[in-house]
Ligand binder design. Structure first.
Ligand SMILES: Nc1nc2c(ncn2[C@@H]2O[C@H](COP(=O)(O)OP(=O)(O)OP(=O)(O)O)[C@@H](O)[C@H]2O)c(=O)[nH]1
Ligand SMILES: [Mg+2]
Length: 328
């Protein structure tokens, strides 16, 4: 299928076209990369979905939450896409699919589209694929794109960089201590949801929620937030409690940001960030894929080892060589 036809079908919301297009952006083959770039270009960036990043440590209830929250949204007639960034290669390809039992309703829902993380180890590659897949879902007419990631390491930052809203999912803590959530991650959150606020865990969830609400109030105010945000709230994915309240808060926040120009500005900044990221990745790829560049790199490396060139001088020569090739 040619790119124009694929773009046309995708824009009509054809799910098979969307699945094919995502497969295309997942491919690392240079000809596929070129086709993917042409496809994204043909689709333009006209349609917007709300991109929601969701992070949380294993077992906190991300899959259960997405199942319940996603089903609530499709119940309102909204089209929901679910993507995942999974940095651990061992689980790749299985993280969402293996969760079919936890997302049983959503995976059968005609208004929902679920796509597992590709089996790629390189986090940068997964990030690009997810960002491009999110753009494809937007073009295909989805209203909400949920991007899930396991809360370990760098992946939250990547997801926050491609989302309009970033949600941190937590479980009720035993004591009154904060759950060792890194400050940097808290600073990215727009909403903290304490899940499992049901049954015996309910009072612990309320305490945890109060602790985090207090911690959030102590943080530096961000220009992109109205009064009272970021917020901490209790939810139960299992009992489907608090989901509508959480959705209401998300909408309040998004409306305010749209009204004050923060929404579009953030998207613009993100686009710029990904452009720079893409150039850097491209340079690195060139460094490893191009035999001439590799040879020059090895040669300069030896010179540095032998002491006949300083690291700074050799690096300068290497970068000049790469820049020269870029102009070819
Ligand atoms: N009580 C209670 N249990 C929940 C709730 N949500 C999820 N669980 C349970 O918590 C466990 C983990 O839920 P998942 O949805 O698989 O969690 P996850 O964050 O997707 O886990 P990973 O995919 O391993 O990272 C399961 O046994 C769920 O039944 C909830 O709202 N209340
Ligand atoms: Mg899961």
């Amino acid at each position: 299928m040619d790119i124009t036809e694929l773009a046309g079908r995708l824009a009509q919301g054809d799910r098979r076209a969307l699945a094919r297009a995502i497969t295309l952006v997942e491919s690392g083959r240079p000809d596929h990369r070129a086709a993917a770039a042409a496809l994204l270009d043909a689709l333009g960036g006209g349609r917007q979905a709300l991109r929601i990043g969701l992070s949380g440590t294993p077992g906190v209830g991300k899959s259960s939450f997405i199942e319940a929250f996603g089903t609530m949204l499709t119940g309102q007639g909204l089209k929901v896409a679910v993507l995942a960034v999974d940095p651990s290669s061992s689980r790749s390809g299985g993280s969402i699919l293996g969760d079919k039992t936890r997302m049983e309703r959503l995976s059968r829902d005609p208004l929902a589209f679920i796509r597992p993380s590709p089996s790629q180890t390189h986090l940068g590659g997964v990030a690009r694929r997810t960002r491009e897949a999110a753009a494809l879902c937007e073009a295909a007419g989805f209203d909400v794109v949920l991007i899930e990631t396991v809360g370990v390491g760098q992946s939250e930052t990547l997801v926050a960089e491609m989302a309009d809203l970033f949600i941190l999912l937590l479980a009720p803590a035993g004591g009154d201590e904060l759950q060792g959530v890194k400050r940097g991650i808290m600073e990215m959150a727009d909403l903290i949801l304490v899940n499992k606020a049901d049954g015996e865990l309910k009072s612990a969830a309320r305490r945890t929620c109060a602790d985090y609400a207090g911690a959030l109030r102590l943080m530096r105010k961000r220009a992109r937030d109205p009064e009272g945000f970021p917020k901490a709230m209790c939810v139960s994915a299992m009992e489907e409690e608090g989901l509508e309240a959480a959705w209401d808060e998300m909408q309040v926040l998004v409306e305010w940001r749209r009204l004050h120009g923060h929404f579009d500005r953030r998207r613009a900044e993100q686009a710029r960030h990904w452009f720079e990221e893409e150039v850097q990745q491209g340079l690195l790829a060139r460094l490893t894929a191009d035999p001439a560049a590799r040879a020059r790199m090895a040669e300069l490396g030896r010179a540095v080892e032998e002491g006949s060139a300083t690291p700074a001088k050799a690096a300068e020569a290497m970068l000049a060589a790469l820049a020269g090739r870029a102009e070819d």
